[in-house]
Design a protein around this ligand. Structure first.
Ligand code: EPZ
Length: 453
């Protein structure tokens, strides 16, 4: 077995785990969007469905992509990185169908290997992901759907143990819209006997991107992007070459960075058509937005944003992954904005950290009432999850003084080269190590402290 070269991220190697941000700078400039994390992860898992190589372009250099690559390599997938942004996965030599706890606890999206392993090898032992900062995050809908396709599933010692001689096409109605649940079943159904219909399926663009890659591998999927997806099973899939779509949440985050600092930001290499709900809210806040085929230009014209009301829902509604960013925007806006989180049960971890910066936010059930202030103050704050940390960075950019955002490994999971991109826009941001400096032992002749002193 040739040693596969696991892609690494420059952030992964650095022990630097906090950002120091000097706020109050009006951002101005342009950056390029990276490939979408939430498309790259299911598409990487899809490599398990064939014994031919899958060559992917525009893959973001992120912690989560590294984690997915390590997980697949441990199974025997040969992962190589011919150049930055290109990844090749060859699952010819898969020798184990186990996703161990130590990997799954690092990244819940590891659950995405379940469907492909079951479909191609008839077995999968995948650690239960467990909860995370934003909620319990159960996977019951994934498991019920696979059982409907004939899988035998037990949960034992923290592991999902799934077996199926050959999956059968089925009609699956999801109780709730689930993005990775839709993706897991769509991948499993590509090699099932007969056709599968997924009702109340997720319509996210990343689901469509996965379906387009799978069809490029010889799958027969119709209706991706609508609430009803039909997959006609086939006996095998072949390799292909595919370019991952741009990251709409990264794009939206940098647009909010422009709005919150009253500046002007242009994002290139992106897909304006994937951000309609977000762009509508940015215009409602007073931003001037211009669109091109693959670029978005936001100009705040130096004005303070107006508060906006937000209700998160599955796509094409307002994305939950942009909720924290808009809480930050409302925190310095004119007026009061209500932000209601309808997708996850605990996705306001950023609120108490923003309150430390002077934000006036009251939580009422799943709604944050944000009374805009004309300024926030820099303070040490703690990142808790990927998008909360993005919200804290945005608040820090707008605050007066210096903010330290701790545990920024959360943000490196989903924002490629964020420090470079923000610096390119004029932000004053640098990384630093949180660990205390090693004690200075140079003056060894210091008398020992007297006991009992
Ligand atoms: C995906 O997570 C994304 N992750 C999340 O992005 C995103 O926030 C989320 O979809 C919603 O858009 C990836 O694509 C890798 P869900 P996923 O299943 O699939 C409940 C980020 O920041 N549910 O759509 O895990 C669940 O608890 C991440 O990039 C069940 O009850 O989310 C939640 O309340 C964070 N049972 C709701 O459905 C299940 O079996 C939506 O969850 C599955 C889900």
């Amino acid at each position: 077995m040739q040693p596969s070269t696991i892609p690494t991220t420059d952030e992964q190697d650095s022990p630097l785990d906090k950002f120091i941000i000097e706020g109050g700078v009006r951002l101005n400039g342009e950056i390029r969007a990276s490939g979408a994390k939430n498309a790259a992860l299911p598409i990487l898992a899809a490599s398990l469905l064939t014994d031919e190589p899958l060559r992917l372009h525009n893959v973001p250099q992120l912690e989560d992509v590294v984690t997915a690559s390590v997980l697949l390599s441990q199974m025997g997938v040969r992962i190589t990185q011919p150049d930055e942004g290109t990844l090749e996965a060859d699952a010819r030599g898969v020798h184990t169908c186990v996703a161990p706890y130590d990997m799954v606890k690092k990244m819940r999206a590891s659950i995405l290997v379940l469907g492909p392993l079951l479909a191609r090898f008839g077995e999968a032992d995948v650690s239960l992901p467990g909860g995370c900062a934003i909620g319990a995050r159960p996977v019951d809908l994934h498991l019920r759907g696979l059982e409907a396709m004939g899988a035998t599933i037990t949960v034992d010692e923290g592991y999902i143990k799934a077996r199926a001689s050959r999956l059968q096409g089925a009609h699956v109605l999801f109780d709730k819209v689930t993005v990775t649940g839709t993706e897991n079943l769509m991948m499993a159904a590509t090699l099932a006997q007969g056709s599968t219909v997924l009702e109340n399926a997720a319509r996210e663009p990343e689901v469509v991107d996965l379906a387009m890659c799978l069809n490029g591998m010889g799958a027969r999927i119709e209706g991706a992007g609508t609430g009803t997806i039909t997959i006609h099973g086939t006996s095998r899939l072949h390799g292909t070459e595919y370019r991952v779509l741009p990251d709409r949440i990264e794009t939206g985050t940098y647009l909010v960075a422009g709005a919150i600092t009253r500046g002007r930001v242009r994002v290139l290499d992106t897909r304006p058509d994937l951000l309609e709900a977000v762009l509508t809210k940015l215009e409602a806040s007073g931003a001037q937005v211009q669109l091109g085929p693959d670029w978005i230009d936001l100009d705040m014209l130096g004005r303070r944003p107006r508060a906006v009301n937000i209700h998160t829902t599955p796509y094409p509604g307002f994305p939950t992954d942009m909720q924290a960013q808009f809480v930050a925007l409302n925190a310095i806006a004119e007026g009061t904005g209500a932000v209601t989180e309808n997708v996850f049960e605990n996705r306001f971890m950023h609120v108490q950290e923003m309150q430390r910066m002077g934000a006036d936010i009251q939580l009422e059930g799943n709604t944050a009432i944000v009374r805009g202030r004309d300024g926030l103050n820099g303070a040490p704050v703690m990142a808790t999850d990927l998008r909360a940390s993005a919200g804290l960075v945005l608040a820090a950019l707008a605050a007066s003084g210096v903010t330290e955002v701790l545990r920024v490994y959360h943000i490196h999971r989903g924002y490629e080269h964020i420090e470079k991109k923000l610096t390119a826009l004029g932000a004053r941001i640098r990384s630093a190590s949180e660990s205390p400096p090693t004690p200075d032992r140079s003056n060894q002749n210091v008398p020992a402290a007297r006991s009992g002193a």
